[in-house]
Design a protein around this ligand. Structure first.
Ligand SMILES: C[S@@+](CC[C@H](N)C(=O)[O-])C[C@H]1O[C@@H](n2cnc3c(N)ncnc32)[C@H](O)[C@@H]1O
Length: 150
């Protein structure tokens, strides 16, 4: 299982997701440009030494990322989907794909994703924090595919 972040803007979110990837054995793809310098100390402050235990790939843009992941299925997490992530059937080599904090992903990129799912929330709120949604998504995808660490 991989986690991919489209043009993340907040260093602390990326650090938290790198730590998540380290804890669960999920590789992390970062699609540039990002809203901060890669050596921003806020990344390491949240990822800490877990950063040494996660596979990280940085991609120049979405097209480079798409070419690099090959035939793996891209599952976009978006509040705009009607399909619940809890009803969706994940596969062990899926790429769990998340949008940027301010705007998600552009419509053309969303349209190119073969699967789009949402994490159900109360109707009076807009969205979850990026790292929080990645944690819930990864936990469910690993649970379904029987690939949670023991
Ligand atoms: C802060 S949200 C972005 C909100 C942005 N205004 C939008 O319209 O997409 C950052 C990312 O977290 C993920 N996310 C947050 N809440 C989610 C939910 N309830 N279901 C699915 N994805 C969610 C999505 O990938 C989203 O692009």
């Amino acid at each position: 299982m991989r986690i991919a972040l489209f043009e993340p803007e907040i260093a602390g979110n990326v650090g938290a997701i790198l730590r998540l990837g380290a804890c669960f054995g999920a590789a992390v793809d970062l699609i540039e440009p990002m809203g901060f310098e890669w050596d921003d100390r806020r990344v390491r402050r949240t990822a800490m030494d877990y950063i040494d235990h996660v596979s990280i790939t940085r991609h120049a843009d979405f097209d480079a990322f798409r070419a690099a992941i090959g035939p793996r299925r891209l599952v976009l997490f978006t509040t705009k989907s009607r399909e619940s992530a809890y009803d969706f059937r994940f596969m062990a080599d899926d790429v769990l794909f998340f949008g940027k904090e301010s705007a998600g992903v552009p419509a053309a990129i969303a349209d190119s994703c073969p699967a789009k799912v949402r994490i159900p929330m109360r109707p009076q709120v807009r969205s979850m924090n990026l790292a929080t949604s990645a944690a819930l998504a990864l936990g469910e995808a690993l649970r379904q595919t029987g690939t949670l660490p023991s």
